[in-house]
Each structure stands twice: as structure tokens, then as C-alpha cells.
Ligand binder design. Structure first.
Ligand code: ANZ
Ligand code: ZN
Length: 830
């Protein structure tokens, strides 16, 4: 009996698939189309276990759908621009392009060794001009359609490194490399008008039934639609201040109005008052994210001005500048209701402002509010004149109606979503195809001059953007007037690259971004699989980009990803040495550090990460166990949405299973006669595995295949058993494709199993039609009945009473009680 030798089989079948272009997707195929996509990797260096798990899942689905007769598009490429390449350039003095392309070569070879059914003919890398040149054209299309604009916006500026920092490079207010205090600087930057589609992007979520609820909710919160009232307060200096509120019902509970530090009112007061200016300066120090504003101490500056209540001119309220009001939300100004808003509550407590109850939950109607925190729930209006007695929702409507009738306000909708700032002061990205001319302004690069290619000869030895200080690259003639002009030296956010790569996979002509008809044949992506860390930005930007193309009448697809699945992580135990240093699993054996012989401590099981050294490199695993065992383990142990704990015993179990499969095939003999139990088990497995794969419940499919293998191993030789082994090979083909090809060929098939049909079965075999029922008299077993499954209780009782043993034991007496447990037993108590 031979062993399955993955070292030989893996390479052999991978070569065959490559040579025959087995997985090349045909645009013009008459078969139904299926687009299976996993989020493309960033070429960081080497494939990690997270990649292996992600791509194995997609691969099983893609291979299964091929066997079901579909034309499957399952492509792969590289999200190849980004900061790590520039960091490598700075640290290792290599070129970002060389570093990236080397990593791609390494990782591609690694992916190939796992035998993924990928259409490599469509491979793309976003860092190549034949990709980003088309992105530049799309940027200009959006510019022409009014979906791109330029505006001043602040960036994080590192004064020592003299460079703009991404938010994640600012750690506790300091530059990650220099450690210098980061400053805010205003720069003119490009924005994509995602807010124009806010409503559509929100409404579209409702149709994405095959997305996880949690992802839809995250997107919904990010878009953040709020309905309310926008209205003006008269200020004592004769001006007006406009506020936005979602709680117009609480208007009689207002005890102050506050504007943001960078609100024009604050700015003009700051110009006249040094104290105000100092306060405004102080506000700029703190963070600006919503989360930071939520937690930091609420501070205000009393301007000395007052505002007049719109419903009661006798009420005058103080006007503050406050650090918790954001300039870029609503109108940048609020009215504060301390009894019913927690921020306002904290603010009022600090500055001794009135806290007045206007919404009652229950019978609390006293205007004095003495609770420990604000009440923001539902209730009935109190202390509010004409609103008294209304519920919150009615009161909101009433105030909006009166504001609109009085001409001092209007109902409105506000979104938390901001336009997408795409300018990055970086080298390793898509150059923004714009030329700045002193006379003509920002001029688009003419189409026939695309792509604007990154210069290769750049250095990273001094800080700053290499494009900006390149001696020649940016100096060009203005396309409009011919005068001296300079290129835009900012590049696009790399999220732009990943916002349309799935379209380019579907269609990649040379002369344009995609061919509409071809792309529409494949899109939307039927099943998208990736990490939940992309649940917000990547998915939102890709959805926006797709909507923008539809808006420009370039592609008639509303939602890019019909199905989404977010897989769990691959985890491993963590280890520490006696000195408290992290140890890699390779440094540890039998609870000891190999190098020192000292005992180690086993820490928590966590996501594999370089910092905790608890990673397992897939390559040696594939060397040792082969691709199929590695794939099988990735699928077997946990539900795919949960974390998978890597273990030595797990991969060894998978290896043994692969060998068991092989032994069945190897020992296949022409048996004779039928075996009804095997026939039934096989039919159930074919049906069940299909359902599980469609539902991406790979671990369940694996469990069913284990059961089938157990049953076949136990069964005596028969024609049924032989047929079951042949069918088993097709059933495991999506998971263990190398073994399946090897077995298929060994069984005399001349075509590839990758192209074989998914097995069919007789649905009649799925019904377990007969059951054995125990007959007891006074709890003692007397005989059994064989009856149709699900027989009614009275039929079971009647059959039991008619049983010869029962008649004899009862001796003509009527039983006192008859207990029937359907499909299980009947007990006659005499
Ligand atoms: C009065 C009020 C009373 C409010 C009350 C809330 C509770 P969402 O739901 O997130 O849209 N607000 C408005 N603009 C703001 C800004 N630029 N910076 C900080 N806060 C701002 O929140 C809307 C509420 O947040 C608005 O309703 C406003 O406070 C505040 F019992 O107005 B409210
Ligand atoms: Zn010009």
C-alpha cells in the first residue's frame, strides 16, 4: 500500500493546472457566472496563516461552484502601494518598488504552493502604471463630473521630520519616528464627494441581505444620519448663531449656547480678546476625534454675549466657546440642555448653569433636576409651555413646524459621514493627475499624457515627500497656457486603489479602466471574503466608487459585493521565557525553552502577531504536511467566522485524515452487491456538503466528510462501497484538490477532477424511512417494531397491542396506561 506523497503530487498537479489554464475564467462562456473574491493582500513580505485561511475558504467555494457547472472568476492581485514600502526604503535603503515587487514574487510562489484555483492571467498590482494610470483617468472622470474638489484641510505635521503624518503615525500627540510634538497644518487637499451618496449608501445597506448584520450596522453608524432642526438664535451684539439639534423638543430646557473653537464667531471674538484667543489655542491641543471629545474634560469660555430664546424673548442665555463642539458637524454650534444630554450635563455642572427638567420619565415633573446624570430616554414633556403633555416625538414635530412657520428654522437631515480626503504627501502611491499653473489654476493632465508615472530615481535619506524635492519630475509646462507649471506632488490614498480593483479583475482592456459590458457580466462580486477590519472604510469606499461610476453612467452596478463574509482570525498560544521575553513556538518544546532548558510560561491564545512571536510560518508547514492537510486544517476546526486556534495536533490530525483518504482510494476494489446503508450515507453527504459549502459552513462540511469516511472504512466490500469511494474523491476535491486529482487519475479518469461534475444523488435516499421502536410491558423489553419514521402515536400503540408477545404477557387484561415516545418506544403498563 502506498502513501500519499504531497511533495510530489502538489507540484505535479499545480503544474498541470498552470499549463492547462484550468482556472482561467472565460468572459464569453455560456455557463452561469460566479465571481468569488477574497480581499487582495498587501505584499508585506510573506504569506501568513490569516491569508491561508482566507484564501482557502474562497478557494473551496470557487472550486465547488466550478463543479456545479458555473463559470467562476476567482482572481488574485496585490494592493501594492502604501507606507510599509516607504518605511522599508528608509530603514533598509531599498527602493519601495523593488521591495514591493520582490515581496510579490515571494508571496505569489507561496500562494501557488497552496494550490489555489486562481485565474493568474488576471493578476494585477496597483503599483504598476497599467493599473494606476486607469485610476488617474477615473479620478479625472470624477473631477469632470463634479465629484472631486479641492479644499483647505488640516494635516498632522511633524516639525522635526518635516513631513505630514498619517493619523496612525501620531502616537500620544507625537510623531512616531521623531517623537516631536505634532502640529496641525492647513494644506490644500483633494476630496471625493462621498457625502453626495450618503443617502444611497445608507439605503443600499438594506438590500445587502448576504452581509453580516454587524457590518451593515457599522456602516450605518459611520454614515450616521440624524434628523433634526437647524435654527438661528439672536445674539446680543446683533448677529445670529445657527445651531443644529436632534432634540428640538428640549428647547425649553436650554441653558446655554456654545460654538466650536474654530467657528467664525469664536474666531472674531478671539481676534479681539487675548483670553478668548488663549482658550481657542488650548482647544487645538486636544484630540479631535469624536471618541476623544467624548472623554475629555468639557471646557468652555464665556464670551459675555447672550442669546435670546426663540419662543420667549425674556429668556437670555450665555454664549460659550466650548471644546466639545465640532466645527465640521451640523452647524458647528449647539444649544445645551444639561438635564437631557450628558455632555451638557457635565458642562453645566462645571460652570454652575441651570439644569432644568423638560422630559419626564414617569411622574417626575419638578423642574429642578437632581439626578446624577442626564436623562436621554423617552417621556412626556413638562415645564415646556405649549409642549407640555406631548411625547418626545410629537414635541419634536411641533417645534419644527413652529420654527418653519416663524421663518427662523427648518427641519433638516445631517450626516456624520465626511467627504473623503484622498491627498497623501507620500511617494509610494498613485500620482494625482493635476498640474498647478499660476495663471490657470489646477489643470487636469491631458488624457493622452496618462499615466503620470512615478519617477524611479528617488531617495529617502532626507525627510519629506521625495516627489516634491525631485529635481525635475514636477516641473512641466501648463497643458492649458504652456507656461511654467508644477505637478501635484501628492498621491492618492491607497484606499482609492482598492476601491475598484474588483472591476479591473472582471475586465482589463489596455486602453481603459474596464470594458463596461464585460464588467457587468461578472459583477457584482457574488461572494466577497475578508477581514472584519475592513468592515467600514474599504467597503464604504468601494461602494462609493461603484455608485460614482453608476452616476457617471460608466457602469450599471449599484452594489459591488452582493455577499460578504468576514472570517475569524488564526490564533496561537503565546510563550514567555523566565526573563519575560516573548518566545516563538519554534523556541519551545515540552514546556521548556529549547536554548536554555528553562521552563516557560504559557500565555493567552491570541491572534498570531510578530510582536508576540506567536506566528506559524505557513511555508514550512506546507513543506512538511503538504497543501491539502494545511487547507483541511484551516477549514476543519472552527466555524469560519470564529477564531481558529493553530495547533500541532490539529495539523497532524489533518495529515492523518489525508492519508486515510488515500488508503481508501488505494485499496479500492470492485465489490459486488448493494449496501443500502452506504448508499444512504453517501446521498446524505452529497446533499449536506453542498448546503454547507454554499453557506460557507466549511467545518460542518468537513465533519460530514469525516463521517462518510468512517462509514466507508467500516463497510464490507460492495458495489455501493466502491461507488462511494469514487464519489468521495469528488466531494473532497474542493478542499484537498491535489489528493483528489491524484486519486481521480489513479482510478483511471483522464479528465481533471477540478472539472468534474459535482456528484448527484437520488433524493429518495435522503429520507430515513424506517425506525425501530422498542415495545415494553411494565418497563420490560418484550419485542421491537419496525415502522415508518414519524408514525402517529395511535398507530404505534395499535401495532404494540397486536404484538404476539404483548398479547401473551397481558393475558387479556386491559393496560392501565400506554406511554408512547414517537420513533423510540411504547410502554404498556398493566
Ligand atoms: C440639543 C440637545 C438636547 C441635543 C438634548 C441632544 C440632546 P447626533 O445624534 O449625533 O446627530 N450637536 C450638534 N452639532 C454638534 C457639533 N457640531 N458638535 C458637538 N455636538 C453637536 O447628535 C446631535 C446632537 O449633538 C444635537 O442635538 C446637539 O445637541 C449636538 F437633550 O441639541 B442636541
Ligand atoms: Zn496655465
Amino acid at each position: 500500500m502506498s502513501r500519499f506523497n504531497p511533495l510530489k503530487a502538489d507540484a505535479q498537479w499545480q503544474k498541470v493546472w498552470d499549463e492547462r489554464q484550468t482556472f482561467a475564467a472565460k468572459d464569453d462562456s455560456p455557463k452561469p457566472k460566479s465571481y468569488v473574491l477574497e480581499m487582495f493582500p498587501y505584499p508585506s513580505g510573506r504569506i501568513h496563516m490569516g491569508h491561508v485561511r482566507n484564501y482557502t475558504m474562497g478557494d473551496v467555494l470557487a472550486r465547488y461552484r466550478r463543479m456545479k457547472g458555473m463559470e467562476v472568476l476567482h482572481p488574485m492581485g496585490w494592493d501594492a502601494f502604501g507606507m510599509p514600502a516607504e518605511n522599508a526604503a528608509m530603514e533598509k535603503h531599498v527602493h519601495p518598488g523593488g521591495w514591493t515587487r520582490q515581496n510579490i514574487a515571494t508571496m505569489k510562489a507561496q500562494l501557488k504552493r497552496l494550490g489555489f484555483a486562481l485565474d493568474w492571467s488576471r493578476e494585477l498590482a496597483t503599483c504598476e502604471p497599467d493599473y494606476y494610470g486607469h485610476e488617474q483617468a477615473l479620478f479625472l472622470d470624477m473631477l469632470a463630473a463634479g465629484l472631486v474638489y479641492r479644499k483647505e484641510s488640516s494635516v498632522n505635521w511633524d516639525p522635526v521630520d518635516m513631513t505630514v503624518l498619517a493619523n496612525e503615525q501620531v502616537i500620544d500627540g507625537r510623531g512616531w519616528r521623531s517623537g516631536a510634538l505634532v502640529e496641525k497644518r492647513k494644506l490644500s487637499q483633494w476630496f471625493l464627494k462621498i457625502t453626495q451618496f450618503a443617502d444611497e449608501l445608507l439605503a443600499g445597506l438594506g438590500e445587502l441581505k448576504n452581509w453580516p448584520d454587524k457590518v451593515r450596522l457599522m456602516q450605518e453608524n459611520w454614515i450616521g444620519k440624524s434628523q433634526g432642526l437647524q435654527f438661528r438664535w439672536k445674539v446680543s451684539d446683533g448677529s445670529e448663531v445657527e445651531v443644529f439639534t436632534t432634540r428640538p423638543d428640549t428647547i425649553f430646557g436650554a441653558s446655554f449656547v456654545a460654538v466650536a473653537a474654530d467657528h467664525p464667531i469664536a474666531q472674531s471674538i478671539g481676534a479681539a480678546s487675548p483670553e478668548a484667543a488663549a482658550f481657542i489655542e488650548q482647544c487645538k491641543q486636544g484630540g479631535t476625534t469624536a471618541a476623544e471629545l467624548e472623554t475629555q474634560e468639557k471646557l468652555g469660555f464665556d464670551t459675555g454675549l447672550t442669546v435670546t430664546h426663540p419662543f420667549d424673548p425674556t429668556i437670555q442665555l450665555p454664549l460659550y466657546i466650548a471644546n466639545f463642539v465640532l466645527m465640521d458637524y451640523g452647524t458647528g454650534a449647539v444649544f445645551g440642555v444639561p438635564a437631557h444630554d450628558q455632555r451638557d450635563f457635565e458642562f453645566a455642572s462645571k460652570y454652575g448653569l441651570t439644569i432644568r427638567r423638560v422630559v419626564s420619565d414617569g411622574d417626575k415633573t419638578d423642574p429642578a433636576f437632581t439626578e446624577a446624570e442626564a436623562y436621554s430616554g423617552p417621556g412626556t414633556l413638562v415645564n415646556s409651555h405649549f409642549l407640555d403633555g406631548m411625547d418626545v416625538e410629537d414635541a419634536k414635530r411641533e417645534v419644527i413646524t413652529r420654527a418653519e412657520a416663524g421663518g427662523w428654522g427648518h427641519g433638516t437631515t445631517v450626516f456624520r459621514l465626511r467627504d473623503w480626503g484622498v491627498s497623501r504627501q507620500r511617494y509610494w502611491g498613485t500620482p494625482i493627475p493635476i498640474i498647478h499653473c499660476a495663471a490657470c489654476g489646477a489643470v487636469p493632465v491631458p488624457r493622452d499624457q496618462l499615466p503620470v508615472v512615478l519617477p524611479e530615481d528617488v531617495s529617502f535619506d532626507i525627510p519629506g515627500n521625495p516627489l516634491d524635492r525631485h529635481p525635475t519630475w514636477k516641473h512641466v509646462a501648463c497643458p492649458s497656457c504652456g507656461g511654467a507649471a508644477v505637478r501635484e506632488t501628492d498621491t492618492l490614498d491607497t484606499f482609492a486603489d482598492s476601491s475598484w480593483y474588483f472591476i479591473r479583475f472582471a475586465s482589463q482592456p489596455r486602453d481603459k479602466a474596464f470594458d463596461r459590458a464585460t464588467a457587468e457580466q461578472w459583477l457584482p462580486v457574488g461572494q466577497y471574503i475578508g477581514g472584519v477590519e475592513h468592515a467600514i472604510l474599504h467597503l464604504l469606499y468601494a461602494r462609493f466608487w461603484t455608485r460614482a461610476l453608476k452616476h457617471m453612467d460608466m457602469l450599471d452596478i449599484a452594489e459591488p459585493f452582493a455577499g460578504l463574509f468576514t472570517q475569524g482570525m488564526v490564533t496561537h498560544e503565546t510563550y514567555k521565557s523566565v526573563e519575560g521575553k516573548w518566545l516563538s513556538p519554534d523556541d519551545v518544546r515540552d514546556g521548556k525553552e529549547i536554548a536554555t532548558g528553562q521552563p516557560i510560561t504559557v500565555g493567552r491564545t491570541e491572534k498570531m502577531s510578530k510582536s508576540k512571536k506567536n506566528t506559524i510560518d505557513p511555508e514550512p508547514i506546507v513543506d512538511q504536511y503538504g497543501a491539502d492537510a494545511t487547507r483541511w486544517f484551516m477549514l476543519s476546526d472552527s466555524p469560519p467566522e470564529r477564531d481558529l486556534q493553530w495547533s500541532e495536533s490539529g495539523i497532524e490530525g489533518s495529515w492523518r485524515f489525508v492519508q486515510r483518504l488515500w488508503r481508501l482510494v488505494d485499496g479500492i476494489a470492485d465489490g459486488e452487491g448493494a449496501d443500502a446503508a452506504i448508499d444512504r450515507k453517501l446521498a446524505q453527504t452529497i446533499a449536506g456538503v453542498a448546503v454547507d459549502i454554499e453557506a460557507l459552513q466549511f467545518n460542518k462540511a468537513v465533519a460530514k466528510l469525516y463521517e462518510l469516511v468512517n462509514a466507508i472504512e467500516k463497510a464490507a466490500p460492495s458495489a455501493s462501497r466502491t461507488a462511494a469511494i469514487r464519489t468521495l474523491v469528488r466531494l473532497v476535491a474542493p478542499m484537498t484538490p491535489h489528493l483528489a486529482e491524484e486519486a481521480w487519475a489513479a482510478m483511471g479518469e483522464s479528465e481533471l477532477v477540478a472539472g468534474a461534475d459535482w456528484p448527484s444523488y437520488d433524493p429518495a435516499l435522503l429520507v430515513e424511512d424506517e425506525v425501530t421502536i422498542a415495545i415494553q410491558v411494565n418497563g420490560k423489553l418484550r419485542d421491537t417494531l419496525t415502522m415508518p419514521k414519524g408514525s402517529p402515536k395511535d398507530a404505534i400503540e395499535a401495532a404494540a397491542r397486536a404484538n404476539a408477545h404483548v398479547i401473551r404477557v397481558l393475558e387479556g387484561k386491559e393496560p392501565k396506561k400506554v406511554i408512547v415516545v414517537p420513533d423510540r418506544l411504547v410502554n404498556l403498563v398493566a
